[in-house]
Design a protein around this ligand. Structure first.
Ligand code: ADP
Ligand code: MG
Length: 247
């Protein structure tokens, strides 16, 4: 798994408030192409907010975020450009319940990428094969298990051919027996060289695929390191406390 010297995401002096509440404090982060970053930290530490800022699901008030060379501002065209390059997978799948699996996977390619329908469907089937559920293509999300729905959500994101994938606790709403099937898909993606930022507490996954683990607490990046060092030799007391609670 190679990391390139091309910058994929550059975050400088990022600060965000929800009203009076200072949720992200002076975040600086450079992500290079091909990096697999795991973000962990206590509930409420700002992990979701950080990755939602990266594709402008949330606005920031201070500092800069540059994704694939494009700075995130209020310019709607730039936001659209970023959303095409950055795929996102959420904890609760967020599939469209009234559309079939295939339609979930072809909607954005047809309407946003202007891809011909037949081509979008052929591509969707290729990605559904990659996440090992092509046989579910004509069912509706409600007919699938949680693990299957999350694999569809990953396939749907991949159908936009993103350069970067963001995952926000993709396995934390799943029954234990379904976690592995989703992590396996994410491991495959990492091995193919996808640049990814994953908020997850699956530390086995972090050890296996991450080149960097970032620990957040209180809206700050408290510590970051390569996984082996992060887990065996954490530096800050907050990291030690957190690891003692989850490992
Ligand atoms: P994490 O993903 O690490 O659990 P979040 O980024 O979801 O943390 O939330 C960080 C903090 O911001 C929490 O205290 C949360 O209650 C607060 N928060 C999150 N979203 C909003 C919002 N839309 N409005 C106000 N406060 C929010
Ligand atoms: Mg969260």
């Amino acid at each position: 798994m190679q990391v390139s010297d091309q910058v994929a995401i550059e975050i400088n002096g990022l600060n965000k408030w929800y009203g009076e509440f200072h949720v992200l404090k002076d975040i600086n982060l450079t992500v290079y192409g091909g990096e697999r970053i795991v973000v962990c930290g206590p509930s409420g530490s700002g992990k979701s907010t950080l990755i939602r800022c990266i594709n402008r699901l949330e606005e920031h008030q201070r500092g800069s975020i540059v994704v694939d060379g494009v700075e995130l501002t209020n310019d709607v065209r730039k936001v659209d450009e970023i959303r095409r390059e950055v795929g996102m997978v959420f904890q609760h799948f967020n599939l469209f319940p009234h559309l079939t699996i295939l339609e979930n996977c072809t909607l954005a390619p047809i309407w946003v990428r202007k891809m011909p329908k037949a081509e979008a469907e052929a591509q969707a089937m290729r990605y559904l094969e990659r996440v090992k559920i092509p046989e579910q293509a004509h069912k509706y999300p409600g007919q699938l298990s949680g693990g299957q729905q999350q694999r569809v959500a990953i396939a749907r994101a991949l159908c936009m051919n993103p350069k970067i994938m963001l995952f926000d606790e993709p396995t934390s709403a799943l029954d234990p027996e379904m976690i592995k099937e989703v992590l396996d898909v994410m491991v495959d993606l990492a091995e193919e060289g996808m640049t990814m930022i994953c908020v997850t507490h699956e530390m086995g996954f972090a050890r296996k695929v991450a080149n960097r683990v970032i620990f957040m607490d209180g809206g700050q990046i408290v510590e970051q390191n390569e996984p082996e060092e992060f887990f065996t030799n954490p530096k800050s007391d907050r990291t030690k406390l957190f690891l003692s609670q989850i490992l």
